[in-house]
Design a protein around this ligand. Sequence first.
Ligand code: ADP
Ligand code: GLC
Length: 479
Amino acid sequence: MPGRVLSVASECVPLVKTGGLADVVGALPKALAPLGWDMRVLIPAYRGLAAKLGRKTRTVWSDPALFGGPATVEAVEAQGLSLLLLDAPHLYDRPGGPYSDGGHDFPDNPERFAALSWVAASLARGGGTDGWVPDILHAHDWQAGFAPAYLRFGGPAPVKSVITIHNIAFQGHASPERLAALRLPLHEFHAGSLEYYGNLSSLKAGLVHADRITTVSPTYAEELMRPEFGMGLQGVIDARAEVLSGILNGVDTDLWDPAAPGQAHPYSVQNRKPKAEARAALLAEFGLGPVEGPLAIVISRLTAQKGIDLIAAAAPEFLAGGGGLVVLGSGDPGLEHAMRGLAAAWPDRVGVKIGYDEALGHRMFAGGDVVLVPSRFEPCGLTQLYGLRYGTLPVVAATGGLADTVVHANTMALAAGTATGLTFHPTDVLALTQTLRRCLALFADRATWARMQRAAMKSPVGWETSSRTYAALYEDLLT
Ligand code: ADP
Ligand code: GLC
């Protein structure tokens, strides 16, 4: 039964990453291959990306006029992935990140990602020149949202489609004046299709037109149908509840391996030392003094979603109680300022690096005692999974995938030896403060802490279960 899947997304590890989407898109093909699924990943050829691969590519699709300029799709096998790079210099060859020049979103983002979706649909229709035609198109997030819609418009869809919601907060809004430029039929601009409160929404388009909808944890799948979490799309999702499923993300256990030998891979941990040494090295790297209590780490986009403001408010009591804190992240200038403020106030106990640094992230998981994830909403979250794997116990808000992956140290779980971290609810300063207090006490109980670390490191954070669930969903679609 297994077949071919075209996965289409804006990010993919190890080529381009701003968040967990990239980790998942890069890990899925490897997780599905042993089950017989041939998954290729279509992503934009952002500036320098093809050169970074340093491999010969094969042109498998071309169009002299794709949304205003010439474009090709270049196939290449690299990093264990079958990649399809959409090379369209007028859309993607520019300085900055995938979505912005560093400060502002690119004004033509609707066109840039509609073009990606258009090409995905074209490949799914058999438009490629190398004979590879997928059985299923798998779109990720708003950037690929129009792909299932393009497949449907103008005749019966030739292949089945799935859309995965990694984060409902990003919905791909655009003015309806762009309909024609985005190659969308005017008559589809209504509430049952592309229209969303007077605008276009590429995510909504995908949710309406895909055959299946998935999101990245079972709890988030339920939350999405409630107004507090659905961000305006709860009705659209609720109406399609029968095709919705929540499939937990896994992590790439090769890239995130606390025992990795010093391999040359850019994501490897050059570190097999016990945690105490890694911890000492991390404290030294940030110029911190001795920290007798738990060393907490935060590796995150610094945004309201991630509850970083709560950390700023709750940290002082934790630090005064003997804790330490190391933060790596970037994002909202106000939150960056708040984190720098903490470091200035507690120079011996708080280290902050504003920026993005994959290797440092690995060293922090290796050296930290606790990973803090006080998110207001979290579709899945990956950092708590990396924490589990590294024996860096997660302290997390009980929402979305965080609630599905961390076993709270309640009395029963401690007695049974299954506790792996601390969860709290609601996501507010008081609950976080109380939980950090509890964390200080638990850490002081060395035997219990060590037991929790062992349970955490045994947590099944890989893709074994979820890859089978995706495979079952694909098989179901094809029968
Ligand atoms: P989200 O996708 O919402 O940002 P996830 O927890 O799913 O949250 O994934 C975040 C990913 O990005 C993780 O792999 C995390 O380690 C990584 N990450 C986030 N910020 C940074 C940073 N500043 N430096 C290095 N890695 C980061
Ligand atoms: C999103 C979510 C995060 C999830 C990631 C990968 O960025 O915010 O919770 O882990 O996608 O699915």
